[in-house]
Design a protein around this ligand. Structure first.
Ligand code: ZN
Length: 195
């Protein structure tokens, strides 16, 4: 059976992480059979997001303005810069309520096997941001996975080489875990006990 539009939809859905051909078919059939209105909304919101969402010039997170609201928040402590892998990790730290500094979001982690290098995680932009004169301490809060640790090492060395004070979240966070899934109390302690 050759149904070009349907095949193209299934192909497009398969681009999502963790979605194989069977899940993609299930999603496509569901949308077309049971939720055409949802399908329209999905198409429109995808289009809008792709057109409007970009990276904050200061911290690299997703935003619809040149600079995000967190970076513009004058009540935050501009002397501390926390480096995280993803906006989800940033959100996890924010939920603890115990961090009031600034952020830099790598939007990924070093992963040489997948071809993700220093340029892809914005290392140069991070160095530029961290050496702008306002930052006194950089907290490296990448995940406690092998790739997160490797990223922390590279980031720390690069920043220390420029004379910056660099700390790492304390080890209360379980090894192999992603911040996004760690409970708030543990993250808050790891922040306080950083070294
Ligand atoms: Zn920002």
């Amino acid at each position: 059976m050759a149904e070009p539009s349907l095949d193209a939809l299934i192909d497009a859905l398969r681009r999502l992480p963790g979605v194989g051909v069977k899940s993609a078919q299930r999603m496509a059939f569901h949308l077309l059979q049971h939720d055409r209105e949802g399908a329209q909304r999905l198409a429109a919101s995808l289009q809008a997001a792709v057109n409007h969402v970009r990276h904050c010039e200061r911290c690299h997170t997703f935003t619809e303005s040149a600079v995000c609201s967190t970076c513009l928040d004058a009540s935050r402590d501009s002397r501390i810069l926390c480096v995280v892998e993803t906006p989800a990790d940033q959100a996890a730290l924010e939920r603890t309520g115990s961090y009031r500094g600034m952020y830099f979001v790598l939007m990924g982690r070093l992963s040489p096997l997948d071809g993700v290098g220093a340029r892809d995680i914005g290392l140069l932009q991070l160095i530029e941001r961290a050496t702008d004169g306002s930052v006194e301490e950089v907290i490296v809060a990448t995940n406690f996975t092998a790739e997160g640790e490797a990223t922390a090492h590279v980031v720390s060395e690069a920043l220390k080489a420029r004379g910056l004070r660099v700390t790492r979240l304390a080890r209360g966070v379980p090894i192999g875990s992603e911040l996004e899934y760690v409970d708030l109390g543990t993250i808050a302690h790891a922040l306080v006990d950083r070294r």
